[in-house]
Design a protein around this ligand. Sequence first.
Ligand code: FES
Length: 74
Amino acid sequence: MVVCHCELVNDRTIREIAVGDVVTVAQVTERCGAGGHCGGCHESIERLLDAAAAVRSASVDAITPVRVVARVAA
Ligand code: FES
C-alpha cells in the first residue's frame, strides 16, 4: 500500500526502515523521502512507527527474564 503519494513510498519500505533506530517522521524522510513534501502521510508514517516500536518493545519483553524475589518467613 502506498503511504506517501508524493514520493511513492509504500508501507513495506517504511516498516523496513522502522526496524532500526528510526523513530520519527523526519528520520523516515531522511532515509526514503516519504513525508518530505505535502505532509499528508505523516499520520500514517507515525502509525507505522508506533507499530514498529510496539513490536520492538514486545520482543524485548519476550527475552527479558522475569526476576522472582522470594520472601523467606523469619
Ligand atoms: S503524501 Fe507524503 S509528503 Fe505528500
